[in-house]
Design a binder for this molecule. Structure first.
Ligand code: AMP
Length: 391
């Protein structure tokens, strides 16, 4: 079983259903960050320059029915400008009018189909809807890594009807990067884990405990681990129901599993608000909460990372949306970016949001475009969208 990359597919004169993740954030009807569209431009260009008729499809937001404010119209306009080539928007992703609009296109032209999720059948992976979507197309190309963990009609269902299928350039890049840190990665290997909740990351921590050498824990998650060691954490966010698990993991640390390293200093405040009075402490006072790792912890973590060859990073190490508490994440990111000879894969979602705009971000081996999909992949789970592409 293998996944055929787009460059091995015959595209000339073919009508290609091209599934992208063009789910960009909108503010007052305008695209506020086009990163997801930009990430798929190579694949779209590849398809049209190789003589395909590209019927591009995507979801946008979470509508359950047709909602004008979640139309892909701004995306069609952005694509037209970015490709210097008119990309019309079909009024629907299925149906006769859309079919007729596709049928008059010439090889080398593209059209964007309207939001897949205007039909609840998309998320339900409905067979008839998938059949309709596949109608009139001869090849299926999936470039939507960000939704590869969803068994939806445009991702899984369509592959039943379009057996001539393969992965786009972005999908291939994502899978290669993730494979490089999961299938026989060069050791030693470290994982950096942060984010809000231990409970969301249990499968990931358990999976990595058996596969990496060192786990560096920051973010709000760290306080449950510190509390489990009876370290005072003040008003920091602690998940009481995860203390037992944290104790078990700490007991296994460096013995039956990876060595866990916790923060030893913290940026604290009495409220998690911009402009709050902050302090850097080694012992968190009862009235304060930990909102970022401190500079000594950054030094400890950097020292650990200088010893490894492979790093995966999932979750910010502080409340990074507030600049006062983004410093730990950014300082560690910068140091890691300049370490020579280390393969570093950064998870999508919040981790990418925290790091990807920094000037040194391009130095990482890979920053994923998928949040949930990357997390599930790193947990060792099979992604339905990847499985469906195998042939
Ligand atoms: P997750 O989706 O689990 O990766 O969590 C990301 C969220 O965790 C982001 O919104 C961060 O701001 C938040 N976060 C990270 N560290 C902290 C902290 N020390 N206190 C509160 N929130 C945090």
């Amino acid at each position: 079983m293998r996944i055929v990359p787009i460059n091995e597919l015959e595209l000339k004169n073919q009508t290609v259903l091209l599934r992208c993740d063009l789910n960009v954030p909108l503010a007052a009807g305008k695209i506020s960050d086009p990163a997801r569209i930009d990430a798929s431009l190579d694949t779209i260009r590849y398809a049209i320059t190789h003589g395909a008729i590209a019927a591009i499809c995507s979801h946008l937001g979470r509508p359950k029915e047709r909602m004008p404010e979640l139309s892909l119209k701004p995306v069609a306009e952005y694509l037209s400008a970015a490709l210097s080539h008119k990309v019309a928007l079909a009024p629907d992703c299925i149906g006769d009018i859309t079919g007729r609009m596709i049928s008059v296109l010439k090889p080398g032209e593209a059209i964007l189909l309207e939001n897949l999720r205007f039909h609840p059948e998309e998320e339900a992976n409905d067979r008839d809807f998938a059949h309709e979507l596949a109608r009139g197309k001869t090849v299926y190309v999936d470039d939507a890594f960000g939704v590869a963990h969803r068994a939806h009609a445009s991702i899984v269902g369509v592959t039943r009807f379009l057996t001539n299928r393969g992965a786009g350039l972005l999908m291939m890049r994502e899978l290669e990067a993730l494979r490089s840190v999961t299938e026989n990665p060069e050791r030693p290997m470290a994982a950096i884990l942060g984010g809000a909740k231990v409970s969301d990351k249990i499968p990931l921590i358990k999976h990595l405990m058996e596969r990496v050498d060192t786990i560096l824990i920051g973010g709000a998650m760290a306080y449950t681990f510190l509390r489990a060691q009876d370290v005072p954490v003040g008003k920091s966010h602690v998940e009481e129901d995860q203390l037992e698990l944290a104790r078990d993991l700490l007991a296994a640390s460096g013995k039956t599993g990876a060595r866990i390293v916790l923060p030893r200093d913290h940026v604290v405040a009495s409220v998690a608000e911009a402009g709050a009075q902050t302090e850097t402490v080694t012992e968190i006072p009862p009235s304060m909460m930990g909102l970022d790792i401190g500079p000594e912890t950054v030094k400890d973590f950097v020292a650990e990372l200088t010893r490894v060859k492979t790093v995966v990073w999932n979750g910010p190490l502080g409340f990074f949306e507030i600049p006062e508490f983004a410093r730990g994440t950014l300082a560690l990111g910068e140091a890691l970016a300049y370490l020579e000879g280390v393969r570093t894969v950064i998870g999508g979602g919040d981790t990418a949001a925290a790091l990807s705009h920094a000037p040194w971000a391009a130095r990482f081996t890979h920053i994923s475009t998928g949040g949930g999909a990357t997390l599930e992949y790193l947990e060792g789970r099979e992604l339905p969208g990847v499985k469906a592409l195998e042939r």
